[in-house]
Design a protein around this ligand. Structure first.
Ligand code: SF4
Length: 333
């Protein structure tokens, strides 16, 4: 096991030392997962959110000025059909944290399952809910859930999200007890975040016993209280991916679009660093513009982009790890 001193050194690795770190993390990934990269198709349900994260343009204080939307159930099912037609068997339904999503989710999840004859993983990313609501979503047919801890530093978490870390962790425990596969995630290079705090993030992912963990470099977004903070360091985010892979070879780790936003070629480097998940955006062009996750000039990931990256990394497109009969072992090439 790596000591904290070794992790501190490796987080700062650059040049040949970093390439050596990535070679080891790729070896760990390939031993555990082979060459398959899990492909997800994401549908962005709404840009309305009750939370007020200082780094997010969809924060509550912006809602009145944003061009808000909720997708209709029929539209969500139609997009899910498009994802299925592209051979992808993980549907990520993501949106701001709002109670208004509950009835919509309970309607669309069974309809999407029917589209796939149940051979689908339905992955949700819709925030903190009550345990009884998680039970209802599980009963409706959801498989997995992303609820990122963002930062494991309780004071930093509270100051940036205006919510307690403990409430987030309690929801994660509820999700696990209800039977979801659970993903966490962290933002690296947050203003006020130390290297030791990032090591705590890595340790927390292990303590939580999650199945997935993402790493996003901080992106200062327009119309937020953090709009003039310095942009995050891609190399640091990549090293966190590599360390997570070495510590927990069994984790699903995405190569997120924020890596591409911070530096061209960033998602390819994410795969080089040991990531094994990619997410393709299936929201309509108009809704992509309104889902302001990193501001209006976000990098939108297409299936062609992912196919090219995966091939040039010497990897293969693959399906869900959480369902017994995946739709396909090789997504539409
Ligand atoms: S980061 Fe998520 S929870 Fe926070 S304001 Fe944005 S959409 Fe809401």
């Amino acid at each position: 096991m790596l000591s904290r001193d070794e992790m501190r050194r490796l987080l700062l690795a650059r040049g040949p030392e970093q390439e050596q770190l990535f070679a080891e993390s790729r070896r760990a990934r390939n031993e555990h997962f082979g060459a398959a990269v899990v492909l997800r198709g994401v549908i962005e349900l709404t840009n309305v959110c009750r939370v007020n994260c200082d780094y997010c343009p969809m924060r509550r204080d912006n809602v009145r000025e944003n061009d808000t939307y909720f997708l209709a159930a029929d539209k969500i099912v139609e997009l899910a059909g498009l994802i299925r037609d592209n051979g992808i068997d993980v549907i990520l339904l993501q949106g701001g944290e709002t109670p208004a999503l509950m009835p919509l989710l309970e309607e669309v999840i069974p309809r999407i399952r029917a589209l796939y004859d149940d051979r689908v993983e339905i992955l949700l990313n819709v925030g903190n809910l009550k345990r009884a609501q998680y039970e209802r979503l599980k009963a409706a047919g959801a498989t997995s859930y992303i609820l990122k801890h963002e930062t494991s530093d309780p004071a930093l978490h509270l100051s940036l999200r205006h919510e307690t870390l403990e409430s987030r962790l309690r929801c994660m425990r509820d999700l696990q007890e209800v039977g979801f596969k659970v993903g966490t995630g962290l933002i690296s290079s947050l203003p006020g975040q130390s290297l030791d705090s990032i090591i705590d993030d890595i340790e927390l992912a292990g303590e939580l016993g999650v199945d997935m963990c993402s790493v996003s470099p901080f992106i200062p977004a327009p119309n937020t209280p953090m709009s003039i903070a310095p942009i995050g360091d891609n190399e640091l985010a990549l090293n966190v991916i590599a360390l997570l892979r070495l510590r927990y070879p069994q984790l699903l780790i995405p190569s997120v679009s924020a890596l591409e936003r911070v530096g061209s070629g960033g998602q390819s480097r994410g795969l080089d660093a040991g990531a094994n998940v990619m997410t393709v955006n299936f929201s309509s062009a108009a809704d992509q513009k309104r889902y302001l996750i990193y501001g209006k000039d976000r990098f939108v990931v297409t299936l062609d982009h992912v196919r090219g990256l995966v091939r040039s990394s010497g990897l293969e497109l693959g399906g869900s790890r959480f369902i017994e009969q995946p739709l396909t072992s090789g997504v539409a090439a």
